[in-house]
Design a protein around this ligand. Structure first.
Ligand SMILES: [Mg+2]
Length: 222
């Protein structure tokens, strides 16, 4: 068992939690975008799988880090494919990470405000909650960057967030698996930041730079 991560819970009022790769296994998203979507695109246009991968990757590279990249409607319109329906086809891969539920339960017993803060599109959030039903009830608020109008890695995000969710940066904990997102939170001076050592269960442990990384949420239950 990994060592416990010291957290001064008395100092923390709000816990902001990312969804994909943080609470849920990123394997679903990687599988969907890098394998399933290209496979269906190749079938639709009767082209080789590799060519489909290249076309989708080019568009991904051109839009990464923007709201469009995270927007299911954008991908649906751009490629004339029903992305939500395609996600349902591989939804058996949607999974909650180990000990997330005991962790959320722990936060409840500590009376923390729990906010889901995701770049995922609302349709993706709805779809995922449909498959992992135990998750949704833990959140006091669910905020997507599409509500805010800025992705979490974009300048001004945390200032804009304050209009939707009052928070004190000195009393907030934010957990996310994306370093651009964490760097932006750090610049905004969100005081407590944590990342995830292995967002995709099928991939190796990541280099988590200077951020303290969670291997297992049991490390935060103490
Ligand atoms: Mg994430």
């Amino acid at each position: 068992m990994a060592n416990s991560i010291p957290i001064d819970w008395q100092q923390i009022h709000t816990v902001f939690l990312d969804m994909d790769g943080t609470l849920l296994d990123l394997h679903f998203d990687n599988h969907f975008w890098l394998k399933h979507m290209p496979k269906r695109y190749a079938e639709k246009h009767n082209i080789p799988y590799e060519q489909a991968c290249n076309i989708l990757m080019q568009h991904s590279n051109a839009t990464q880090g923007t709201l469009d990249w995270y927007c299911l409607d954008h991908w649906t319109t751009t490629f004339d494919m029903d992305v939500v329906a395609l996600k349902h086809e591989v939804a058996d891969k949607i999974a909650i990470r180990e000990n997330v539920i005991p962790f959320l339960h722990h936060l409840k017993t500590l009376d923390k405000r729990i906010v889901l803060l995701t770049n995922a599109h609302q349709k993706s959030v709805t779809l995922k909650f449909g498959y992992v039903k135990s998750l949704e009830s833990y959140f006091d608020a669910i905020i997507t960057s599409h509500d805010i109008g800025l992705a979490k890695e974009e300048p001004g995000f945390w200032e804009a967030l304050a209009k939707y969710e009052a928070y004190d940066k000195n009393n907030s904990l934010f957990i996310d698996d994306n370093f651009d997102v964490l760097d932006n939170a750090k610049k905004t001076a969100i005081k407590y930041l944590l990342t995830i050592s292995k967002p995709d269960s099928k991939k190796p442990v990541k280099d988590t730079q200077n951020y303290t990384a969670i291997e297992n949420y049991q490390q935060l239950i103490h």
